[in-house]
Design a protein around this ligand. Structure first.
Ligand code: BTN
Length: 275
């Protein structure tokens, strides 16, 4: 992705991307940061009405869903898109689908063809059944209205620690070689902007939902939903028009919203940690 203009700042290196569809984006790259989502919230309140991609080489306090820690050493793609939107549910699925395409392209460039990245509702990115990344959608109020902070973390070349609650993997491990990280981050940023522009135009369009369902992990399989209270077991059916998960529980269709619910295989989580 081409940057038109760059300048150095003590807090990060800033450049301007675009215009894409008449809109420009601030791109701010940090070395070490606590969390790109935390920095994005700060940036968004100071720069109302502007869009940005904030990335870091490493995060010292990366955050995952449900208050979990997210391990983010150098070698991974850790970034947050600042975007004017209020919904952090279905838009996260649309962004996850765009990220899966970039993961597929990246792995497809390597010797290992034929693998397809999957989305484990609501926000996990899987490769070969192992977690390679995740998304964290948050919103923050600004003088220009609420904005979405769409955080995404992908294990690219970083070492993935284990064992953890979900077996994890990096793209480099799957590809069998080091991935070009700056190129990957550029492709990912462009894909996320594309998905968000499409979201602004059409919302959760039926064709986007269909693409999400095509990549949905566990369709037709027995799953467990973990959240408040006892786990619920059922058969995963699909996604509804608002991004909710449709599950057949004892012959009755139920829909779950992403808030506090996570979807697992029937064995359930072993340990509660980040990736
Ligand atoms: C999850 O699977 O629980 C979501 C993980 C999201 C991690 C990303 S890394 C970039 C952004 N900054 C954070 O602190 N978290 C998100």
């Amino acid at each position: 992705m081409a940057a038109e203009h760059t300048q150095s700042r003590s807090t990060g290196t800033a450049s301007v991307i675009g215009p894409i569809d008449g809109i420009t984006y601030d791109r701010i790259q940090f070395g070490s940061l606590s969390s790109t989502n935390t920095e994005a919230a700060r940036w968004a309140t100071r720069n109302p009405g502007r869009r940005a991609i904030i990335s870091a080489r490493e995060q010292t306090a990366g955050r995952g869903r449900l208050g979990r820690a997210w391990s983010s050493p150098p070698g991974g793609a850790w970034l947050t898109v600042v975007w004017p939107a209020t919904d952090s549910g279905a838009v996260t699925l649309a962004a996850a689908e765009a990220a899966c395409c970039v993961i597929d392209e990246t792995i497809g460039d390597s010797l290992v063809g034929g693998l397809r990245a999957e989305i484990r509702w609501p926000n996990d990115l899987l490769l070969a059944g192992r977690k390679c990344g995740g998304l964290l959608g948050e919103t923050v109020g600004t003088d220009a209205g609420r904005v979405l902070l769409l955080g995404i973390g992908i294990n690219v070349n970083n070492h993935v620690a284990g064992p953890v609650r979900t077996p994890a993997v990096s793209l480099g491990e799957i590809a069998g070689c080091e991935v070009d990280l700056p190129r990957f981050v550029d492709r990912l940023s462009a894909a996320l902007i594309g998905a968000l522009l499409a979201w602004d135009r059409d919302g959760f369009a039926p064709e986007v939902r269909e693409r999400v369902v095509q990549r949905l992990w566990g369709v037709g399989a027995s799953v467990e939903l973990h959240g408040a209270g006892r786990p619920v077991a059922g058969v995963l059916v699909g996604i509804d028009a608002r991004g909710g998960l449709i599950v057949d529980v004892d012959g009755r269709r139920r829909t779950y919203v992403s808030g506090e619910v996570s979807c697992r295989g029937p064995a359930g989580p072993a340990r509660e940690e980040g990736v």
